[in-house]
Design a protein around this ligand. Structure first.
Ligand code: ZN
Ligand code: ZN
Length: 127
């Protein structure tokens, strides 16, 4: 059913073949960081990449305005990898941790898993 929909003529061709094919400025599904010229994929919660989202949280705590922060933020090139790393559990989300190759949510889950099972491997990791 889903495949039929994707291959149907009504479906936006940009959505075929995975999220990474969508141009960063796609009007309906923009996925790039909202900091000026930053090429990294955004984190949905902040509409910024993980680096800028972290900087923004600090800037916000200091009382900066979001618009001002986005204008002055240092743009970042896309990651060195030809394609942005996506979470290995849910490939539609960008990986926050490039070491673990996990998105924010799964990284959080993985960290709490490690707390509950010190030394435990991935074998009993609940996705
Ligand atoms: Zn960014
Ligand atoms: Zn994930």
């Amino acid at each position: 059913m889903l495949t039929a929909l994707i291959n149907g003529p009504e479906f936006d061709p940009a959505l075929r073949g995975g999220v990474l094919k969508i141009p960063p400025t796609h009007p309906v599904y923009p996925w790039s960081c909202t900091a000026v010229d930053c090429e990294r994929p955004r984190w949905r919660r902040y509409a910024m990449c993980s680096v800028h989202a972290e900087q923004w949280q600090e800037a916000e705590a200091r009382g900066a305005s979001r618009a001002q922060f986005l204008q002055t933020a240092q743009p970042l090139p896309a990651t060195e990898m030809p394609e942005a790393m996506m979470c290995r559990i849910c490939p539609q989300r960008p990986a926050l941790s490039l070491q673990l190759v996990l998105c924010f949510r799964h990284r959080t889950r993985w960290l709490s898993h490690l707390k509950r099972h010190p030394g435990g491997g991935e074998g009993n990791f609940e996705r």
